[in-house]
Design a protein around this ligand. Sequence first.
Ligand code: FE2
Ligand code: FE2
Length: 169
Amino acid sequence: MKITETERRELEDIYSFFFNDEKVQKMKDIPMHRGSNTFNHSFLVAKVAIKRGLRHRRVNLKSILIASILHDYYLYDWRRDRNKLKRHGKNHPYIAAKNAKADFDITEEVQKIIQAHMWPINFREFPRTKEARIVNLADDHVALKEALTSKRYKKRRDEKITKNIQKLF
Ligand SMILES: [Fe+2]
Ligand SMILES: [Fe+2]
């Protein structure tokens, strides 16, 4: 999919809006696989998803972008919260979608993409649209990469990611 310079700039602006938002920055305190955090993870997913979205014809890149950034916007540490631990895999997409709606008034399409990002773990939420499938797979891709990084390389990885996620393009 070809996009104009204006569209490109619009996506970059949305990206920096969320990147610099105080509430979104709270995701830095929420740990993820292998010492990563949900902030780095989500912005990486956004970059991967946009890159893949651009290979398709006619997809809503804005929805892909916003859903990727907010797909793990659940804002609790499931390893510390015993009540949440058990059903985190299935529940956190709903919590993230709810928080995102409350804080950023996202569209229904974006909510649905967020809710379907854990399919097939949450089997009921099948990613029905191209946009939802792109985000679902981008999330798997980044999560796998994070899981495969050994602790020895963690520091170097974090430095690389921090540099890499400054900008969308
Ligand atoms: Fe997630
Ligand atoms: Fe994720």
